[in-house]
Design a protein around this ligand. Structure first.
Ligand code: CMP
Length: 133
């Protein structure tokens, strides 16, 4: 079933010149880029986007990183796109992510892990509304 998911190409990926690499991997998989927008996250958007994580110990440095520079937000669609994008992204921790995945090939960090992808249909709906309202 075709689904929409929200993808963020995080500030580390933008700073490293990896926007094209990430978009290319999504396109080569057969996913469709429906919307794409570059912007810098402010504190309020960070708190809303990461509502499930604001109380966690890793949140303050995560917020600092995510608001540190421009990122690219995308609406990506395709058959089972939520699972498909998460499989392409790989495990959260780039040090452990399997080679062949975006994080496995390109990240060596648990925080600066290049890409965010919605983890469920509910999160996708909530996150798309936050970023593309
Ligand atoms: P993301 O998919 O954007 O969702 C939450 C983010 O928090 C995650 O990717 C990482 O960037 C970051 N994160 C998750 N767990 C940790 C952790 N233990 N330490 C540091 N950052 C983390």
């Amino acid at each position: 079933m075709s689904q929409q998911t929200l993808v963020l190409i995080k500030p580390d990926a933008v700073a490293r010149g990896l926007i094209g690499e990430v978009v290319s991997r999504l396109e080569r998989k057969g996913l469709t880029i429906e919307e794409m927008r570059m912007r810098t996250m402010d504190a309020a958007l960070a708190d809303a986007h990461y509502a499930d994580h604001v109380e966690k110990p890793f949140y303050p440095p995560l917020k600092e990183f995510m608001t540190s520079g421009p990122l690219v937000a995308l609406i990506v669609s395709g058959d089972e796109s939520i699972a498909a994008v998460r499989a392409l992204a790989g495990a959260t921790d780039g040090r452990k992510a399997v080679p062949g995945t975006i994080r496995g090939d390109l990240s060596l960090s648990n925080r600066e892990n290049l890409i965010h992808a919605s983890d469920s249909p509910e999160s996708a709906k909530r996150e798309i509304a936050l970023w593309f309202s």
